[in-house]
Design a protein around this ligand. Structure first.
Ligand SMILES: *Cc1c(COP(=O)(O)O)cnc(C)c1O
Length: 360
């Protein structure tokens, strides 16, 4: 059986090493020393000024929306994981979908201005598959219309644009450190910002808005994470470069093998390269996609239609709307198996099966 993804686990002893300290200190959660250490090491690794380690990538998005005081309408992408949209609704705001660019698969900046109304307060865009959004164009629009910008960077761990961390763009960038992501701490998330005041506010929100022993400064939530999660984050961080390199190599091998596949790959931002988060193919037709998927299923090789269907058309709490490019791409998008332990032989076998199916 070949799953579409497989969580990375470090050698067990590298995790266990952290446990003695937890037992000695008996400090299990609430911004403990391992969580602080992880924040320091991640700042250094990612090359960002400020970040907070939080519960997960969804709470990170909710904290960002809350901390920026957003209300009304938030312009967002229909081509992402459900949490990008649900966090907007959960925070009492209205998502306004703008279709994606058919090359990058990220929100199309050229279509954003037409969606702005007097109620618009922000843009929440996802760097889909770790491919950077057109951050310059989005920034320009945001400045012109006085909007805040949040980036959902759940796929973009370690990504840079011309050497600068992708997490440094926008007012806040969030990341998910969920077990299925490239780099993880089992469950976990990050909020990243350049604004020290916003950082302070998010730190307060993360801890129930508590300001002292008997005082509360504001409305907060429990956005903290535990020492056990931080330990996994620290153990995995030592492997992050190797994980990224291996995944990039697997992607190159797929690309080499699948030159004859009737499909396209997302067009990457010019100043950036893939972090190996996902391997997404836009297949020529949905019919061919289904044929490939069922052949692979028969061989217990699992793929995912990530993200299908469009968020603008499938959520029971929103009026469905058509987004021509997203609807078309979502139908034809297939993510192939990609994880650290996947062998070259497996990739060769998967590719042979795919091409044989297409050419039959
Ligand atoms: C995984 C993911 C999230 C949610 O992260 P969790 O840590 O699972 O809450 C949000 N947005 C995108 C784009 C994701 O892929």
């Amino acid at each position: 059986m070949i799953p579409v993804t497989k969580p990375f686990l470090p050698p067990q002893e590298e995790y266990v090493e952290f446990l003695d300290g937890i037992w000695t200190r008996q400090w299990l959660t609430n911004m403990g020393p391992l969580a602080s250490k992880l924040e320091m090491e991640l700042k250094d690794y990612l090359g960002v000024k400020h970040l907070l380690y939080v519960t997960n990538g969804t709470v990170a998005l909710q904290m960002a929306i809350k901390a920026l005081g957003l209300q009304g309408e938030i312009i967002t992408t229909p081509f992402s994981f459900v949490a990008t949209t649900s966090s907007i609704v959960w925070e009492g705001c209205t998502p306004v979908f703008v279709d994606i660019d058919s090359d990058s698969l990220n929100i199309d900046p050229a279509k954003i201005e037409a969606a702005i109304t007097p109620q618009t307060t922000a843009i929440l865009a996802t760097h889909v598959y770790g491919n950077p959004c057109d951050v310059e164009a989005i920034d320009k629009i945001a400045k012109k219309h006085n909007l805040k910008v949040i980036y959902d960077g759940a796929h973009a761990f370690g990504v840079t644009i011309n050497g600068k961390s992708i997490f440094e763009f926008g007012d806040v960038t969030t990341c998910s450190l969920h077990a299925t992501k490239l780099y993880h701490s089992v469950e976990g998330g990050l909020v990243v910002t350049n604004d020290p005041d916003l950082l302070k506010k998010m730190a307060s929100i993360r801890n129930f808005g508590i300001s002292g022993f008997d005082s509360f400064a504001e409305l907060g939530i429990n956005g903290k994470n535990s020492e056990f999660h931080a330990a996994m984050g620290l153990a995995n961080l030592k492997w992050a470069d190797r994980i990224i390199e291996r995944r990039q190599a697997i992607i190159s091998l797929y690309e080499e093998n699948l030159k004859g596949l009737k499909a396209q790959r997302p067009v990457w931002h010019k100043g950036s390269k893939t972090n190996g988060a996902y391997l997404a193919y836009i297949i020529e037709s949905e019919e061919l996609l289904l044929k490939i998927k069922s052949t692979l299923d028969e061989h217990e090789i699992f793929t995912r239609r990530y993200f299908y269907p469009s968020l603008a058309a499938s959520l029971p709490y929103l009026e469905p709307i058509e987004m021509p490019i997203t609807d078309d791409i979502a139908k034809r998008m297939l993510c192939l198996p990609l994880y650290f332990e996947l062998t070259d032989e497996d990739v060769d076998w998967i590719c042979r099966l795919i091409l044989r199916t297409q050419n039959n």
